[in-house]
Design a protein around this ligand. Sequence first.
Ligand code: MHO
Length: 241
Amino acid sequence: MWSWLTKVGSEAISKLTLRSAGMASASSTFAEPDIATEKATFGMGCFWAPEPIFGSKKGVVRTKVGYTGGKKENPTYYSMGDHTEAIQIEYDPSQTDYKTLLDIFWTTHDPTSRHKTQYKSAIWYHNDEQEKLAKETKAARQAEHRSPIVTDIEKFERFYDAEDYHQKYHLREHSRFYDSLKLTDPQLIKSHLATRIHGYMYGYGTAQEFAEESSKWGLSQEQLDYIKKNMARPRAIHCGL
Ligand code: MHO
């Protein structure tokens, strides 16, 4: 009896060890792109959800989350003061444009819901052109809603990065896969690779785009299969506001 249990137990353990060793041994050889980017900063509720929403969109180079819009110095999650949870997107203007990102912004959260400052709907523009497009699209989108759009449009001042555990929050939840990427926290916040994977993993991308792009990443077959398995069953992301 005991020997049977031990045998089953040890087989299960060794399989698990082998599998995680296999996944962990193939860390990526992918070189992070060094290209000129522009920034877009949005508030659309809890900041965990927008990173995957934008992550795998064409031309999105990297995303990170943090606090902006307020005056309090050095805000933290538990002491945010008058700041709002925000996503900052760096994009390649030769591959996408601000108008395209605004279209995603307007259609992936409810801009008519009024929340407390922490979760308010907001656009922080980085230049005059962004301000103009933000205002124009806000006016145009109103026709799609019965209630008034409450989105604030403000000048971007300063972004405070959120704590490491909020960065790529839903990617970190896949802990064994995430560990296999071998990214340190300072790497993760700037990682193009993690940004893109995070988006695909939650179903925001097509199989064809994934096949073309992922062939450059240098991941193992097991890592790619893991992402594909998750792409096949997209899940809604809840923050429980
Ligand atoms: N109700 C969620 C919100 C998280 S969010 C990053 C929680 O505290 O788990 O504001």
